[in-house]
Design a protein around this ligand. Structure first.
Ligand code: SAM
Length: 279
């Protein structure tokens, strides 16, 4: 009988996954890491009992968290990823030859080693790109002492529990702002509609620090609770101001699995009740 596993993100509702095989299991000083296989979703990375990413639909999340800021920035060259130890963001970012440096700050080195071994379909060996520098550190600590400027900061962390909790604080957003270049943009994963209260709270915090802020969304099947929100912020660039022709010409140079011009534009459309809460 295959083991049934229940995700523990929400106390009263959740999703279960039939585990075909347990591939890796380890408790590190930061979190409980588990990689399992499911017949439909392929290999799945689970941290502290919460699904992080699956081979089946990781491309949607990683394209949406990386490509919207990349195509919104006039000339992204220096990228910082906080978290992202599964390599899914790296796979998207290395597609852009004009990007000069990619710094990935991952708190748990075990995530990188087990992702390299068991999540090849997610990273496709993108860790080997010579532009990438991996730093094993807490993203909070790194940004506090960082004096470099980045064009994009992608916060590809866990949910606001465990080591990812402090990635949703005003202090952290302020340190992000200090580390951004003139046209810099930050994007962070911001939970689904079931966590919208937390998202709105985070947005109110970040609004105090950045001139332009907002949300965009995308539907990612394995994140229980409907669309996943991404929170963005920038001092100079309003991501909602889109020059369609310019954007289309840039996107047409590449091939993606999920992302395209209409997806980009429509992802900024938000439900009325959220617009009301934000304003
Ligand atoms: N890419 C995934 C997805 O599709 O949702 C997001 C999960 S990614 C594996 C989250 C990573 O953030 C984990 O590897 C975790 O170790 C890392 N992380 C959590 N808190 C962190 C912190 N404070 N500093 C650096 N990395 C952190």
């Amino acid at each position: 009988m295959k083991k049934i596993w229940l995700e523990k993100l929400h106390s009263n509702i959740g999703q279960f996954i039939k585990i075909n095989k347990i591939i890796y299991k380890k408790k590190t000083k930061y979190q409980k890491i588990c990689i399992v296989n499911n017949k439909k979703l392929g290999n799945i990375l689970i941290l502290d009992n919460i699904i992080q990413t699956t081979e089946f639909d990781e491309f949607i999340y990683h394209e949406m968290i990386c490509l919207i800021p990349i195509f919104s920035h006039p000339k992204p060259q220096k990228i910082l990823i906080i978290g992202g130890g599964d390599g899914g963001c790296l796979k998207q970012i290395i597609k852009f030859k004009q990007i000069k440096s990619i710094t990935l700050v991952e708190i748990d080195k075990k995530i990188i080693s087990c992702s390299k071994k068991y999540l090849f379909k997610i990273h496709k060996n993108s860790f080997n790109d010579i532009r990438i520098k991996i730093i094993h550190d807490d993203g909070i600590k790194f940004l506090k002492q960082n004096n470099k400027k980045f064009d994009l900061i992608i916060i590809d962390g866990t949910d606001p529990i465990g080591p990812g909790k402090k990635l949703f604080t005003k202090k952290f957003y302020y340190n992000c702002q200090k580390s951004l270049s003139k046209n810099g943009i930050i994007v962070t994963q911001s939970g689904t509609i079931l966590q919208i209260k937390q998202t709105i709270k985070n947005l109110k915090k970040i609004k105090k620090i950045f001139k332009h802020t907002g949300l965009y969304q995308s539907s990612i099947p394995t994140y229980y609770g409907g669309n996943m929100f991404f929170m963005w912020a920038s001092q100079k660039i309003n991501l909602k101001k889109i020059n369609k022709n310019e954007l289309s010409n840039k996107i047409n140079l590449y091939k993606f699995k999920y992302y395209n011009l209409i997806i980009h534009i429509n992802s900024f459309a938000l439900p009325q009740f959220i617009i009301k809460k934000i304003n």
